[in-house]
Design a protein around this ligand. Structure first.
Ligand code: RIB
Ligand code: CA
Length: 307
């Protein structure tokens, strides 16, 4: 049983990652959901996290995190997630309230209390960087951080940078220099495990959870359709799926650093692929996965929430 904290910016795919975790209670004990400004403002992404729990009728602590990156102004992604950050599904007003605890206090309290905690970081890494700055000793209580972010070859928000690292490059650099075990679910693996529009149809008939996911995809596939992409990556689900089924992934150990300068490359994750590199690897980068198993595990997990 893995004790997990999800640090996120819901976000359609963040919502699905949360659902994936909650659908596997025999593997994951979800201790809390910490939100961070990214896809939308921290107000909106916190509301969205509460909405996911309302749909599933679950009572997991939701803790509001950083409202802006460490250095630059917040850049949101309405083009992908809409003005609300989770456009599409109608969800009645949340039955669950956000916790009044600060993110730093929550992380400190939980990391001091538990033996080991895993973090799934699926938004900008602002909260994690602030945690490491405030309480560096607590790094040793972290089993690993399975994160959605970065890429080896191409970006998505710019030609070289992936959105989560682009929003807060300084935070990503602090995390990649932290010495904590990192699993990077970057754009290579998210592209390879993207879901097809016909596969999404399998959520059309089903209970509340399936209907919610179908409605999420109704909006979330618009970006792929507008850009002629035949499939939609469920980006953040990869970071949680790795914690459930690591054996279906192709992980390569590389030294990765984050570009914080660079007019064209700010926010880029730079993996050293040279076999003769003297740099000690600091990250397991997921370069691929068994796509059929990924999709099957994802669909069956969501349907498990219907009962
Ligand atoms: O680049 C994809 C990432 O940006 C995902 O975490 C998605 O939710 C957005 O935040
Ligand atoms: Ca996200």
């Amino acid at each position: 049983m893995r004790k997990l904290i999800i640090d996120c910016d819901p976000g359609h795919d963040d919502a699905m990652a949360i659902m994936l975790a909650l659908a596997n209670p025999e593997e994951i004990d979800l201790l809390g959901i910490v939100t961070v400004a990214g896809n939308q403002t921290v107000d909106k992404v916190t509301k969205n996290a509460l909405k996911v729990l309302t749909v599933l009728d679950r009572d997991v602590p939701v803790i509001r995190g950083a409202d802006r990156p460490l250095v630059q102004e917040l850049k949101t992604a309405p083009e992908a997630h809409g003005e609300s950050g989770m456009d599409g599904p109608f969800v009645e007003e949340s039955k669950v309230e956000e916790s009044g605890e600060t993110a730093l206090s929550f992380y400190k309290r939980i990391l001091e209390k538990e033996d080991k905690v895993t973090i799934a970081a699926i938004g900008p890494l602002t909260n994690i960087a602030l945690l490491f700055r405030a309480y560096p000793k607590l790094k040793e209580k972290i089993e690993c951080i399975s994160l959605m972010g970065g890429s080896v070859y191409s970006g998505n928000i710019t030609s070289r940078a992936e959105f989560n690292f682009y929003v807060d490059p300084e935070a990503a650099k602090i995390v990649y220099h932290s010495g904590v075990k990192l699993i990077q679910a970057g754009l290579e693996v998210t592209d390879k495990t993207a879901i097809t529009f016909e596969e999404i149809e399998r959520f059309k008939e089903g209970g509340r959870a399936s209907k919610f996911v179908y409605d999420l995809f109704e909006f979330y596939t618009l970006f792929s359709k507008r850009n002629g992409l035949g499939k939609t990556p469920i980006f953040d689900a990869c970071a949680v799926m790795y914690l459930l089924y690591p054996e279906i992934f192709d992980g390569r150990d590389y030294y990765v650093d984050i570009e914080t300068g660079g007019e064209l490359s700010r926010g880029m994750s730079v993996a050293d692929l040279r076999t003769w590199s003297k740099k000690e690897p600091n990250t397991t980068v997921l370069m691929g996965a068994d796509r059929d198993k990924f999709i099957e595990y994802f669909i069956t997990s969501i349907k498990r929430l219907d009962t």
